[in-house]
Design a binder for this molecule. Structure first.
Ligand code: FMN
Length: 210
């Protein structure tokens, strides 16, 4: 796979939309080509949680995200949530992989049962059948048995399950730093280093108190 092939960024309707926005910004700043799909559910969550009206028409969406991220680098192609004729819906279209960030339990369940009604589900299905990287960042708390079984089925089918769970070893001093940590760790799973991170180097050398 060419290292310049596009990356698919799929955003579904779970409560972690700022992670998706930061991921898009970092991908574009890194001059990546991004194929972006935002589910109908995600558009509703943007509106409910952040008061953001994300347009559903692809060209308006591209303009919207360019303005929000303030980034004119890279290539951004947005796709309508139900456009099953989009290039990325075919296995013949080459990508470097797909990240679903965040992944709602509805999207997880539909992919796990092979129900490809919307574009995100179809593209995820394609990545699994083509044995291409599929990283799923599920957001729900707690998980019930159905969620766990669906996530297990997806892991068995080859997906990497990378829940956006915070850590403190990188010593974040702000929510923005925590957001960056989560986004960078999720994209680590795709083999893409999206930014500098205070990675674990072993225990700090602290002066002894005795
Ligand atoms: C404000 C808001 C927050 C939500 N947060 C979550 C969440 O964190 N996880 C989840 O699985 N569903 C969440 N939902 C429910 C999903 O958005 C809903 O199941 C939707 O149908 C998912 O559609 P999609 O999978 O096509 O994106 C939330 C809904 C709203 C309105």
């Amino acid at each position: 796979m060419s290292s310049s092939a596009p990356v698919v960024l799929a955003v579904s309707g779970a409560s972690a939309q700022p992670l998706a926005e930061r991921a898009l910004q970092l991908l574009l700043e890194a001059d990546e080509t991004v194929e972006m799909v935002t589910s109908r559910g995600a558009i509703g969550v943007w509106q409910a949680e952040m008061g953001l009206r994300v347009p559903s028409e692809p060209d308006l969406q591209e303009r919207f995200w360019r303005e929000r991220t303030g980034c004119d680098r890279g290539v951004l192609r947005c796709h309508r949530w139900n456009d099953q004729a989009a290039a990325i819906a075919s296995g013949s279209f080459q990508t470097r992989g797909m990240v679903i960030l965040p992944a709602s339990m509805g999207t997880v369940g539909r992919i796990a049962s092979g129900v490809a009604l919307d574009l995100i589900e179809r593209v995820a299905d394609v990545h699994l059948k083509e044995r291409r990287p599929l990283v799923i960042a599920p957001r729900e708390l707690p998980w019930n048995l159905v969620h766990l079984r669906n996530l297990t089925a997806l892991a068995e089918a080859g997906a990497c399950i990378a829940p956006p769970v915070p850590a403190w070893y990188h010593q974040p001093s702000s929510l923005d730093e925590m957001v960056d940590f989560l986004v960078i760790r999720v994209f680590d799973a795709l083999g893409l280093e999206l930014g500098a991170l205070n990675r674990w180097q072993g225990p700090l050398q602290r002066p002894s108190s005795s």
